[in-house]
Design a protein around this ligand. Sequence first.
Ligand code: SAH
Length: 253
Amino acid sequence: MRIDVITIFPELIESFAAVSLIGKACDDGLLAITTHDPRQEATDVHRSVDDAPFGGGAGMVMKPEPLFATIEQADCPRPVIYLTPSGRRFDQATARELAAGDGLTLICGRFEGIDQRVRDELVDDELSIGDYVLAGGEVAATVVIEAVGRLVPGVLGNAASVEEESFSHGLLEYPHYTRPAEFRGWQVPDVLRSGDHARVDRWRHAQALLTTARVRPDLLAERGGLDKSDRKVLAEFGLLDQLPPGFGSDDSS
Ligand code: SAH
């Protein structure tokens, strides 16, 4: 998969792409991450990529010519995505869609953002990584690269872990434990050491339901609330009365 990043701070992306899981995927030829600096395409002596906004106001705006020139000359892969707080929210479903393709291009804004004509005429999609404002799109680009890159076949050693993790079934993940079985007097739940795999699966499902109900009731509501079998498995582990108010009753709200 080819990922091109348009940024005036290529070293931020390159240092990120050199290490850990994503670095290894690049070394193995599974990912090809390339940066393009629009400053190289600026035509004036100062190599300026930004200018004052028409209509006045604070801050600077990234000029259209260097962005168009950069993307056209490098023949960047589609979709071309602008990272912006006013984009639709990036989530696991979008990461999966992007990972199923063979490439994408990420535009990192700086200052107040980029000229609207780039958004109207060049950009295919706009993504936000959350409801807060960063100083530039580079950190957002690393978030998208990591979330998408780890889903590219072969990048993760254990493909099964992608099936089980948070959001895969509309639920947050269950708790994990490793050795030692007792640490400072705190025990690993007995069920996990019982060897009864069906019961372990039910316990994990019950824990995922409880965590999601407590932390992200919106996710639980989206998947249709708690059904009969969810309640049964919560009851099996004595967790029904730990549900937050609104989930305790017998309806599936
Ligand atoms: N004036 C803009 C914010 C500009 S922040 C506004 O009010 O919406 C500068 C750049 O940082 C943006 O162009 C964008 O590329 C990036 N950025 C900031 N917050 C982001 C977020 N939550 N998600 C994705 N990119 C973001």
